[in-house]
Write a protein that binds this ligand. Structure first.
Ligand code: PAF
Length: 288
């Protein structure tokens, strides 16, 4: 496995292999890798002949008051995990290589980014889309792999790739969870022991919503109120948002007429965790 740090070195390494490796798989990450990332790499390995992973904490997707500086980093540990997962090359650039002085081009997906993380983290998806476009242009993969844990990100990247005729498939991979249901996230490493216990509320909100929908509830406001009450009753946690959206348009659904997606963001202490799940309503009987 090679670790390449410049755009030119990565391009050269891939150019030399492109003719005999038919399908190139790409897993973009910000590092501090965990079993969720490993699942992306293993899926890429299954479906592609050459797998490239990028490890780059992208400054442009962090707001001024967010955790860019303290975002966890450990290249040694990450490269061991990549090696075990059968990755062929790691791309680990510097910010000055990804954003050379004078860079002034941005990629913005409208509409899908008006809600949830797009609303609570202004500029976040512009940073994500811009860096992913750059990475796709450098690696030129056939397939790129994204976790469903960041469901809105997955939908936004799919839309961007479609709208800009990017010649690659965007593949979503199911969320990997801890035994108690908490979704794997690099940010889980910020949690103290007490906070880690409290974080169990995050998957519980999804479970509550699924149970309500299985019980026949179709009204989004009722489900959201139940989530708000559940979170409000717990110490150490604060709901940032809970929204029920149409997965294709990312617009709010007042009534569950078809499969919807619940998206939640919850602060556990100072750590912001996100999660989501599908909500599949029971069929509504047609009027007699
Ligand atoms: O999901 C992430 O880790 C990041 O948003 C991504 C896709 C690597 C872009 O920086």
């Amino acid at each position: 496995m090679e670790i390449l740090t410049t755009v030119n070195d990565l391009r050269e390494a891939i150019r030399a292999r492109r003719s005999y490796f038919k399908r190139i798989g790409f897993v973009p990450t910000m590092g501090y890798l965990h079993a969720g990332h490993e699942a992306l790499m293993r899926k890429a390995k299954e479906e592609c002949d050459l797998v490239v992973v990028s490890i780059f904490v992208n400054p442009t997707q962090f707001g001024p008051a967010e955790d860019l500086e303290k975002y966890p980093r450990d290249l040694r540990r990450d490269s061991d995990l990549c090696e075990r997962a059968g990755v062929d090359a790691i791309f680990h650039p510097e910010a000055r290589d990804m954003y050379p002085i004078g860079s002034s081009t941005w990629v913005d997906v409208e509409g899908l980014t008006d809600i949830a993380c797009g609303a609570s983290r202004p500029g976040h998806f512009r940073g994500v889309c811009t860096v992913c476009t750059k990475l796709f242009n450098i690696v030129r993969p056939d397939r790129a792999y994204f976790g469903e844990k960041d469901f809105q990100q997955l939908m936004v990247i799919k839309r961007m790739a479609r709208d800009l005729f990017m010649p690659l498939a965007i593949v979503g991979v199911p969320t990997v969870r801890e035994p108690d249901g908490l979704a794997m996230s690099s940010r889980n490493s910020y949690l103290s022991l007490r906070e880690r216990q409290a974080a169990r509320i995050v998957p519980k909100t999804l479970q509550l919503a699924r149970e309500r929908v299985e019980g026949g509830e179709h009204n989004s406001a009722t489900i959201i109120t139940a989530i708000e009450e559940l979170v409000a009753a717990q110490p150490l946690v604060k709901l940032q948002y809970a929204v029920i959206v149409d997965p294709d348009t990312m617009t709010s659904m007042r009534t569950l007429t078809h499969e919807a997606r619940l998206l939640v963001a919850i602060y556990v202490g100072n750590t912001r965790l996100i999660d989501n799940c599908a909500l599949v309503p029971k069929a509504v009987a047609p009027p007699a």
